[in-house]
Design a protein around this ligand. Structure first.
Ligand code: ADP
Length: 260
């Protein structure tokens, strides 16, 4: 049933999340217990104790930041899917993104005319797209082009990825940048929760993990292609619905929090 499928997807996301946290937390605990062991051995050396205590304190701060991120993650809202017009949504995003990503990032939108509605949670889709656009901006420190496009896709028959289990149809959204791209190692780990190559405080490592779980939870899929020096392309497939797009009373990006 749909409910048990949702449950299974949630459990998978939780499992992945737990794996990421366990890893981060283990590092923190190792630093704390290692530091305490060293303090014991150097108990007579005031300067060393001072330095080691600072190290333990720093590790504990890192641990606190891991739990803060976890809290933010667990406070995520349930998906409330509704029929929506992806082309219209991308058009609204274009304006917001051109204004917020800075003058060196060109934002282009390319939507196939006459696209059917997709079934997705509007607020969360906007958040995911803004996160992807923020990643694209971070990958283009000297400027570049961010392209948001939307096409019809019939499912596997049209060369969709393995992750598309159902025949579709889907709307295929593409978020492409002309940035620095990812190494094969980074690409392999990019959607792990808490995986980030950004310096402390710059990245949470949750953007792609959340995009991935949003795609799965919406009955769609997500795939990333990237080449160092050429750029990154994130594909998001969302299921088509024959319902009319529902009127949304809130202005576009009502739930949007500016990227940090
Ligand atoms: P964060 O952006 O907080 O680091 P994400 O989960 O969104 O977390 O991304 C994980 C990592 O994947 C990033 O740190 C970066 O190394 C890489 N990445 C994501 N998007 C892009 C992109 N558009 N171009 C290059 N690298 C990217």
């Amino acid at each position: 049933t749909e409910a048990s499928l949702r449950h299974a997807q949630k459990m998978e996301a939780v499992g992945q999340l737990a794996g990421g946290i366990a890893h981060d937390f283990n590092n923190v605990l190792q630093a704390v217990s290692g530091g305490i062991g060293l303090i014991r051995r150097r108990a007579g050396d005031r300067a060393a104790v001072e330095r080691l205590a600072g190290m333990v304190e720093e590790a504990a701060r890192r641990g606190a930041s891991v739990t803060r991120r976890l809290l933010a993650f667990s406070r995520r809202e349930e998906l409330r899917p509704a029929a929506l017009d992806a082309a219209e949504l991308l058009g609204g995003l274009r304006e917001v993104l051109s204004a917020t990503l800075g003058p060196r990032i060109r934002v282009e939108v390319d939507a196939e005319p006459g696209l059917p509605s997709v079934l997705a949670d509007r607020g969360q889709l906007e958040t995911v797209l803004v996160n992807l656009a923020t990643n694209a901006r971070d990958a283009m420190p000297d400027g570049g082009t961010l392209t948001l496009s939307a096409r019809m896709q019939q499912g596997e028959s049209e060369g969709g990825p393995d992750c598309l289990k159902e025949a579709g149809p889907y709307v295929h959204l593409v978020i492409a940048d002309t940035g620095q791209g990812m190494s094969a190692d980074t690409l392999a780990r990019a959607s792990e929760p808490f995986f980030t190559t950004k310096s402390q405080g710059q990245g949470t490592g949750l953007g792609l993990a959340m995009a991935q779980s949003f795609a799965k939870g919406s009955g769609g899929a997500l795939a990333i292609a990237s080449e160092p020096g050429r750029g990154t392309t994130v594909s998001l497939w969302l299921p088509v619905t024959d319902r009319e797009p529902s009127h949304h009373p809130s202005p576009p990006l009502a739930n949007w929090m500016p990227p940090t």
